[in-house]
Design a protein around this ligand. Sequence first.
Ligand code: ADP
Length: 511
Amino acid sequence: MDYMLGVDIGTTSTKAVLYDMKGKVIAYANAGYKLYQDVPDMAEEDPDDILDAVVSVMGQTIQKSKANPTEIKGVSFSCAMHSLILMDHDDQPLTRAITWADNRAAKYSEKLKNNGMGAEIYAKTGTPIHPMAPLSKILWLRNEKPELFKQAKKFIDLKTYIFFRLFGTYKMDYSMASATGMFNIFNLDWEPQALDLLKITRDQLPDLVEPTDKITGIDSRFGNLLGISADTPFIFGASDGVLSNLGVNAIDPGVVAVTIGTSGAVRVVVDKPVVDPDGKLFCYALTKDKWVVGGPVNNGGIVFRWVKDQLFAPERITAEQMQVSTYDILTQIAEKIPAGSDGLLFHPYLGGERAPIWNAYARGSYFGLTRKHTRAHMVRAALEGIVYNLYVVMLTIEKITGKPKSIQATGGFARSSLWRQLLADIFEQPVTIPESFESSCLGAAVLGMYALGYVDDLSAVKDMIGVTHVHQPNEKNFEVYRELLPIWIRLSEILEPEYKEIAEFQKRHSN
Ligand code: ADP
């Protein structure tokens, strides 16, 4: 039997899944690692912890599957975007991996936005100007940690680090590069304006490769440990976001991938790179002729968690004692409230927001409260508010890609039929919940199968995933949402200039 191993290096854990060439899951392993938060806004990981995790999950998967190592025809990678590691002249890390969640470069991304340089660079790179991106992080390091900056031979990301340790060369695929803020998505090369700004040279960055490129000759120490031969091809792969689109079969024109997990995202595949005139969407490479346009949202399921923990604390305790899910109880309560929550609107910006408003100061609010409203209304309005916000991201995407046709949705929210239906009603699109296990691993594996010629094109994925639920938009409900959405959007615009003052008040008065 022939197998493909998909490995997804995530922010909290690395997953490996061994698939047969029809996408059937043969074995799975997962290993977590520590997130370092020594100072405010820091979010770092030890790259060697991650290397250990990668090797360990690969080994466990191979062992569990009982596959003969010669049957493993390739290993293909997915990785969290935006990480940065500085390497010294002895090829040792000077820093931990600074992850996308690290916010210490905020001052520098703000500066880039204000002086106009950010917009110019975004127009070439497709990465929104934000502290998440290596562009802002390197600027921060150059200014605030000059001794580290001066010693850096290379500026790399986590996936490059893993490949460096396994194969001894610094190579980064277009997909990961397209999320650095330093890569020109139109000519597929490092962007000189970004490099000039950072005062770094292109030889300080990894060599660029295509996501479907492969490498052989794994360091014998790792090869022996894993029991795989030096001939086994490793496919560089791509980033987790774009591979998740592939893994849920949202790669055809007009098919939108919506994720509502702890955070959220809306993503659509187009056939050439495009940027948003307002700099609010990302455009990241999947392959040279498949690009993913979309917006990441901070306030997804984490907002529902807040409702559960803060507004329904006593119910949560009872539910836990009865060993039932508080989320299920809350969605049952919310189901009894009509669409539109009797005119109660909620802006879900409990943790600042990235897309669609890119405002770190944004704060949440309920609007339209009357004496008639109950906590049940507040639950439903919160779920609706999370989806309204994603819908506004969709409206921005739509201006570039055209109207969507259907939605493939994933994430913890999909456990609730009410929430799935809300998504169909607010987007006015049919919603399908695919049955795909670890979609970024599957995306990596399918890309690997394509790179090695086991499938003719990426659409082979559609026969590899199942369907768990399909929801059609309900006309009565979407008519209500059509009335409310313009009010919700107008309110966002009215509130936007007020967020900074209240956020600063909160910061001054927090203890
Ligand atoms: P992550 O993005 O961290 O991988 P998940 O995709 O599992 O997390 O999503 C977690 C979120 O899913 C929770 O914060 C919650 O909002 C939502 N969720 C979990 N269980 C349910 C449920 N039974 N009904 C509705 N929403 C749920």
